[in-house]
Design a binder for this molecule. Structure first.
Ligand code: ADP
Length: 421
């Protein structure tokens, strides 16, 4: 069945059409038929891009003022004779939506009903920068494709299995009961996907494995995945906590916030921007938030770029140790995300001198790891396997959509069955 996956941000709608089914999930043969994005929504030069495997990429520039118009445009290009892949929008049998925050209300993906939409609305307060846009896309897609089921897949849901000792902060407990302030964690679809793929790569059941997953992109987080369940993760109440990221500071003494407010001429909003947008690799190096630029600058002798790289890797190393302790051992460390998948230097620097821990990188395999492929880069026979697994959040969303529908609308699970209209 053809699933459309939507990921709506403040000024963008990213989409994919994925052909999948319960059998294809089992065989790992689901396929992306088309992918693309509408960017710069709200401006006069909004851009729609479409990529179809085996064809030249297609682009359109036109004023697209809001999310409904963007989704409408996506459906139009997908069904256009010249560029499309569908004869009619009714070929889309279901839509999977990426939702950033599900709070404590959602521990798994769900079929969207009016009640579910209202519950997602209640989570807006927890993610005011993300959930409103996700919701806008959801509402638009439901009105444009009213006869197909819509499924919401949450970034936070996978981490709902964390025990209280991992998610309660050392703050007055009332802040949790009154305002739901706790660790939620993000990138859940990615951590879940790569831990499953790691088990597959090792040909061992996930239920036997303790995996530390490292999602290193512009945003970075790690998770302790104990026999398939997330038991801890580095991002917290918001995505600001944990690792050093492209522009986010990660772990910090909270007293620094009031100190800087008192000592520098900045407003709270400016301080927030400082922590989220002007810190991390960018803030430390003064060069860039982009790891490729950092690596280049460090190689040519920029000391602050080298320092940023060093802090970046050191934090990952510390959390590997912490999560191994939390799980009573570790069987695999998995790298994913733009940096995790592509930077042999980051993997090598992070895992240096960890033989005492059972981690020994095969430097040759590490450097020659082919982009886009799932590979082991540890020395054969080492106690802890090191894996590189490209993440695919859209595929997880499409798969979850099929699974949820198989559960709540069993006719969906049977190949060849017509989708209910
Ligand atoms: P996002 O979190 O926005 O999805 P990505 O997962 O695409 O981001 O990761 C972006 C990061 O990956 C950037 O810091 C980029 O420099 C880094 N990256 C991509 N390719 C390489 C590479 N070959 N070597 C080092 N870093 C890379």
């Amino acid at each position: 069945m053809k699933i459309m996956v939507l990921n709506c941000g403040s000024s963008s709608v990213k989409f994919q059409v994925i052909e999948t089914s319960l059998e294809a999930i089992e065989a790992n043969t689901d396929a992306t038929l088309a992918r693309g994005a509408v960017e710069k929504i709200g401006l006069s030069d909004s851009r729609l891009s479409l990529e179809v495997p085996g064809r030249k990429p297609h682009q359109e520039i036109a004023e697209i003022l809001e999310h409904r118009a963007a989704v409408e445009r996506v459906l139009k290009v997908l069904t256009s004779q010249e560029h499309g892949i569908l004869a009619d929008a009714s070929e889309i049998e279901a839509v999977g939506h990426r939702m950033v925050h599900g709070g404590e209300k959602f521990a798994s993906s769900v079929l969207v009903t009016p009640e579910v939409e209202a519950m997602i609305e209640e989570c807006v307060v927890l993610a005011p920068l993300h959930n409103p846009h996700n919701l806008r896309g959801l509402t638009a897609a439901r009105s444009l494709l009213p006869n197909v089921p819509h499924v919401a897949v949450f970034d936070t849901a996978f981490h709902q299995s964390m025990p209280p000792r991992a998610f309660i902060y050392g703050l007055p407990y009332e802040l949790y009961t009154r305002h739901a302030i706790r660790r939620y964690g993000f990138h859940g679809t990615s951590h879940r996907y790569v831990s499953i793929r790691t088990a597959n790569l090792l040909r061992r059941p996930l239920e036997e494995l303790r995996v530390v997953t490292c999602h290193l992109g512009n945003g970075c987080s790690m998770a302790a995945v104990d026999r398939g369940r997330s038991v801890d993760t580095t991002m917290g109440f918001t995505p600001l906590e944990g690792l050093l990221m492209g522009t986010r500071c990660g772990d910090l003494d909270p007293a620094i916030v009031s100190w800087v407010l008192a000592m520098e001429d900045v407003t709270l909003a400016q301080l927030n921007a400082m922590l989220n947008k002007h810190s991390g690799l960018y803030g430390v190096s003064g060069v860039s938030s982009d790891m490729r630029e950092i690596e280049k600058a460090c190689t040519t002798g920029n000391r602050r770029a080298c320092l940023a790289l060093d802090i970046f890797c050191y934090r990952i190393k510390k959390y590997i140790g912490a999560y191994a302790a939390a799980m009573g051992g570790v069987d695999a460390v998995t790298f994913t995300g733009g940096i995790g998948e592509n930077s042999a230097l980051v993997r090598s620097h992070t895992l240096s001198d960890m033989a005492f821990f059972g981690i020994e990188l095969d430097e040759e395999a590490n450097v020659s790891a082919p982009p886009g492929q799932e590979v082991l880069v540890s020395r054969p026979g080492t106690r802890v396997a090191v894996a590189v697994v490209p993440t695919n959040e859209e595929r997880v969303i499409a798969r979850d959509t099929v699974r949820v529908l198989g559960r709540v609308m069993p006719s969906f699970a049977i190949p060849g069955n017509e989708a209910p209209r």
